[in-house]
Design a protein around this ligand. Structure first.
Ligand code: RP5
Length: 168
């Protein structure tokens, strides 16, 4: 896939896909064409594949990376080591600690090599943050973000109305 793919997502294992596939739902809200591509590449099992796919993605026009991994979650950090594009990290929940291990190993980057880390399993927020980055230079996306926020407001107002209705 080339051309429209500006958000490149990497997952450390096929086992992460069940969580990360929700990225496509967010994609539909903001984009009319496929804009997100998900690839499997492990920082530990396939380090050279990670580097090669990052270079390929940049050459194909990617603007933001999202990296999702669990446990010793070094994928986002390794990607950040290979690019000056923004990298968003999604720590994947683990049995050991609910994902605290993933959260710390994604977020605790050395000075000079940041990874913008979202909450455990928060792929939706990662995509929204990527859209916010892209919207800095895209008025249409900025407009859609305002629509998205308005939808969040409607949902809260609706929920408030529903629970108050139930009381009477
Ligand atoms: C990480 O280890 C992956 O991102 C995944 O979250 C976790 C477990 O991977 P598998 O053992 O299921 O392949 O590298």
């Amino acid at each position: 896939m080339k051309g429209n793919i500006v958000i490149k997502i990497f997952i450390g294992s096929g086992s992460d896909y069940a969580v990360v596939r929700k990225a496509y739902d967010v994609e539909k809200f903001f984009f009319d064409k496929p804009t997100i591509d998900i690839r499997v590449a492990s920082a530990h099992r396939t380090p050279f594949r990670v580097r090669d796919l990052v270079e390929e993605a940049i050459a194909d026009g990617a603007k933001v990376f999202i990296a999702c991994a669990g446990g010793a979650a070094h994928l986002a950090g390794v990607i950040a080591a290979h690019t000056v594009l923004p990298v968003i990290g999604v720590p994947i929940r683990t049995e050991l600690s609910g994902g605290l291990d993933s959260l710390l190993s994604t977020a605790q980057m050395p000075s000079g090599v940041p990874v913008a880390t979202v909450a455990v399993n928060a792929i939706e927020n990662a995509v929204i943050l990527a859209v916010q980055i892209l919207a800095c230079s895209n008025a249409d996306l900025s407009h859609r973000l305002h629509e998205y926020k308005a939808m969040l407001v409607s949902k809260v107002v609706e929920a408030d109305r529903d629970i108050r209705r139930e009381r009477v």
